[in-house]
Design a protein around this ligand. Structure first.
Ligand code: AQP
Length: 345
């Protein structure tokens, strides 16, 4: 049987979305709606792998949903929902906890970074996070996953889990009518956003992240024009003027990041930006960068703000999306349970 192409991706409601989420993943999500069946999730089960204040979490779920819609996700054409409303995610994650090997998870760099030195005190959920991510994708037998570059390793793990499940249960999969022995597709990462790794404005070697304690490190999709301009103005740089060619950015992570962001916002190549700004001081370039960021983000911010005034509509969209997501995942889960050997009535 051929597996239909289907897109799945998600973001954590651990704060408001930032420019890295937007340029690294969201722009691709919007584009893929034109060609694919798309399922976009607010991954609230992932969010609680680190402590979240319950009221803040509820607010962030609405906020991230509002940002999805304001940026251009169409809840009619795509499925937009929050993960905890569809039980298949948690059920399949448990099965994958029993398929994935401890050694595989021990190699995940994101766990090492997030757990830091206090590994013993990290939640078990944070360690098993990639298994839940594999379940998110495979509960829909999704084939394509648009993400930023930081998720590459987790996607490789999802492929390993799919492959091992297919191997371990080959007999049952064939008996269930999948003659080629393939139940789960090996999901393909789609890492083709205009800036697949946006770095912190305070440290060009660190990823821009919601959980960075410094708000100056990121441009949030909720920031107003004045805040964006201030953050760009305060962004770390080096004393040299901008080079005229991309090769001149080597060893200058902050300059490389700012030029990359500007290029992505304007749909230009890095070389085209440097042919215009080569030799310029950062003060002039930062002004242009702030203007480009405001021009792109202001309409999204104001639309998301407007939506946040009407939480009932946001929750209705999530409920509708969850019902549609459940309708796809439920028969897949029923088959998984048969294949694994559970009895269901
Ligand atoms: N800096 C980034 N550059 C490009 N893409 C990025 N993504 C995240 N940061 C960048 C992509 O955005 C999607 C959603 O990410 P997430 O919310 O699930 O969590 P994350 O990757 O862990 O992002 P954060 O901001 O660093 O969140 P926290 O701080 O909560 O862990 C993914 O496709 C990701 O690749």
């Amino acid at each position: 049987m051929t597996i239909k192409e289907r897109v799945f991706s998600g973001m954590q409601p651990t704060g408001s979305l930032h420019l890295g989420n937007y340029l690294g993943a969201m722009l691709q999500w919007i584009k893929l709606q034109e060609t694919h069946e798309c399922i976009y999730c607010v991954v609230d089960l992932h969010a609680i792998t680190v402590w979240q204040d319950p009221e803040e979490l509820r607010r962030s779920i609405r906020q991230v949903t509002a940002a999805y819609l304001a940026a251009g996700l169409d809840p009619q054409r795509s499925i937009v929902f929050n993960q905890s409303q569809v039980s298949a995610h948690a059920e399949l994650a448990w099965i994958f906890n029993c398929v994935a090997r401890l050694g595989w998870l021990n190699r995940m760099t994101q766990f090492k970074e997030k757990a830091g030195k206090d590994r013993e005190n990290a939640s078990v959920g944070l360690f098993a996070y990639p298994n839940l991510m594999a379940a998110d994708i495979l509960a829909y037998r999704a084939t394509h996953v648009p993400v930023g570059d930081d998720q590459k390793q987790h996607l490789e793990l999802a492929r390993d889990i799919a492959q091992k499940f297919n191997n371990d249960f080959k007999g049952g999969i064939e008996r269930a009518g999948h003659a080629d022995g393939v139940f789960f597709p090996l999901p393909e990462p789609v890492i083709t956003g205009p800036a697949t790794r946006v770095m912190s404005l305070r440290d060009g070697t660190k990823k821009m992240s919601k959980s960075d304690p410094s708000d100056l490190s990121r441009i949030n999709l909720t920031d107003n024009a004045e805040t964006i301009a201030r953050k760009v103005q305060k962004a770390k740089t080096d004393p040299e003027p901008l080079p005229s060619e991309a090769a001149g950015l080597k060893g200058r992570p902050e300059a490389e990041n700012l030029v990359g962001i500007y290029a992505a916002l304007n749909g230009q190549s890095v070389d085209a930006v440097l042919s215009e700004y080569g030799g310029a001081q950062f003060s002039a370039f930062k002004k242009a960068l702030a203007e480009a960021a405001v021009a792109r983000l202001a309409p999204i911010t104001s639309e998301a703000e407007r939506m946040m005034q009407d939480p009932a509509t946001i929750e209705r969209i999530l409920a509708d999306g969850s019902a549609r997501a459940h309708a796809i995942a439920a028969p897949i889960m029923a088959e998984v349970k048969d294949i694994v050997g559970f009895i269901r009535s």
